[in-house]
Design a protein around this ligand. Structure first.
Ligand code: BES
Ligand code: MN
Ligand code: ZN
Length: 480
């Protein structure tokens, strides 16, 4: 359940907890015993929350914002998340945090980051627990000024953070439950409800369209593949067209090049790219950017049924290029090849794809940032600054032209694996082959950040929804 936001000048009667900002180098609220705080280890560092008895009878949550002159608006996301976790037993929280910020910060950006943090921190996946101890927090009232600016920023925060939670739910649902047909159904339902144009290709349409990569990966499965296309059309004449592509492997067993048992444990997350794109489309329908946005998500699992694609088999992708499959576990690039080819046919002004593509990217950058590659420096810079603005971490990686020969095949146009080195880059170089001539394209390898193994700031364990925020930001600032 998501949170509702309200604003008020005075503490509503139903409030069970009042949050106030505290700086590590600032004053403590009146009536708070400094010695007691010290004993409990509360210093007001960023993200610390301590609940104490309040003078009026209502408990008070002291929310640490760190040192006054080091404060950054961005930190409000993890601060909001920490507060939501501390307040999980309180149905109605009132917050004065935004009124206690140092001067000189963008009030709308602060409210948005804080609001996102509250919803993202309150998130839990309890669907499959028989007796969940669900959080009781359902409402947060902003106390103080700011008027329309704050109200609008909190509305935006809600639209975006709810979409991140939608993406998290999709990633957290097990692969045997959220199959390709079901994910397509859920995506279609979301799209229609949000007012997007929805078109779903089933296995027949996919075969007819010559999407050989998707068919090849799907061949080991007893379940059919899908390709979901969602279109957001702005009310006024569109300021360009942005295409989003998301890898949607609902479970990656590796195919005949089977993974280890441990390697498979988190592979329900292999549709994290599709989840991010679908979440972003939900939010985009709400925030209404000026650009047209078209999303493509190729969906299938990667299994090893009796007629699965064999190493050595050659697939023909939508754009006519042939691929020798030497490792069936390098399946993401095969389904993305079709989707990128398809997206290219309508000649969008720019394309960005998100994919849990390579373990090598995690080796390079660790679990909490995405690798960013592409074929156009300006477009890569736009993606990078969208990520920075949204508080999601990405880092650029190169696509060296001379590495392309690592993908040369003896029998086909290219093979689907490179050598032992630079796995994230050869994956990126592979994808580049399927982007239409002259089109701007960027690729985000989200293998690390799509799925968390610990609670870090606003990111929970399991599906993170990584990419939703940066895509919304990218769509809103899009310049063709
Ligand atoms: N889905 C995996 C990549 C992955 C690994 C995502 C860990 C999240 C966490 C992808 O399909 C894969 O198996 N990639 C192979 C490519 C290799 C065979 C060239 C890999 O990274 O080992
Ligand atoms: Mn794989
Ligand atoms: Zn995969």
């Amino acid at each position: 359940m998501s949170l509702r936001f309200a604003t008020s000048r005075s503490v509503p009667a139903s409030t069970g907890l009042v949050a106030v900002a505290v700086f590590s180098d600032g004053d403590r609220p009146d009536g708070v015993d400094e010695a007691e705080l010290t004993a409990r280890g509360f210093e007001g560092t960023t993200g610390q929350v301590q609940i104490v008895a309040g003078a009026s009878g209502t408990p008070v949550a002291l929310v640490g914002l760190g040192a006054t002159d080091e404060f950054e608006v961005d930190s409000l996301r993890r601060i909001g998340a920490a507060l939501a976790r501390a307040a999980r037993r309180t149905p109605h929280l009132a917050s004065m945090v935004l009124d206690g910020l140092p001067e000189g910060h963008d009030a709308a950006a602060a409210a948005q980051a804080f609001g996102e943090g509250l919803i993202l921190g309150a998130y839990e996946y309890t669907e499959l627990k028989s007796d969940p101890t669900k959080a009781e927090l359902i409402k947060v009232t902003h106390l103080g000024g700011g008027g329309k600016t704050i109200t609008r920023a909190l509305e935006r925060a809600k639209a975006i953070a709810d979409a991140v939670c939608f993406a998290r739910d999709l990633v957290n649902e097990p692969g045997g439950s959220l199959t390709a047909p079901k994910l397509a159904q859920v995506a279609g339902r979301m799209g229609r409800k949000a007012g997007l144009k929805v078109s779903i290709m089933d296995e027949k349409a996919i075969a007819k369209a010559g999407l050989g990569g998707i068919l090849g990966v799907n061949r080991g499965s007893t379940l059919p593949p899908r390709l979901v296309k969602l279109t957001y059309e702005p009310e006024a004449k569109a300021r360009g067209t942005l295409a989003l592509v998301g890898k949607g492997i609902t479970f990656d067993a590796g195919g005949l090049s089977i993974k280890t048992g441990t390697g498979m444990m988190t592979m329900k997350c292999d549709m994290g790219g599709a989840a991010a794109v679908l979440g972003a489309m939900q939010a985009i329908a709400a925030v209404k950017p000026a650009a047209r946005v078209v999303a493509y998500t190729p969906l299938t699992d990667n299994m090893l049924g009796g007629d699965a694609t064999r190493p050595g088999d050659v697939l023909t992708i939508r754009n006519g290029k042939t691929v020798e499959v030497l490792n069936t576990d390098a399946e993401g690039r095969l389904v993305l090849a079709d989707a990128l080819s398809l997206a290219s046919e309508t000649e969008p002004d720019a394309i960005v794809d998100l994919a849990t593509l390579t373990g090598a990217c995690m080796v390079a950058l660790g679990p909490r940032m995405a690798g960013l590659m592409g074929n156009d420096d300006d477009w890569i810079a736009q993606v990078r600054s969208a990520a920075d603005n949204a508080g999601e971490r990405v880092w650029p990686l190169p696509l060296p032209d001379d590495y392309r020969k690592m993908l040369d095949s003896n029998v086909a146009d290219l093979k689907n694996i490179g050598g032992p080195h630079a796995g994230a880059l050869t994956a990126g170089l592979f994808l580049r082959e399927f982007v239409g001539e002259g089109l701007r394209w960027a690729h985000l390898d989200i293998a690390g950040p799509a799925f968390g193994d610990a609670v870090v700031g606003e990111v929970p364990k399991g599906g993170s929804g990584f990419g939703v925020r940066l895509l919304v930001e990218l769509a809103e600032n899009f310049t063709p």
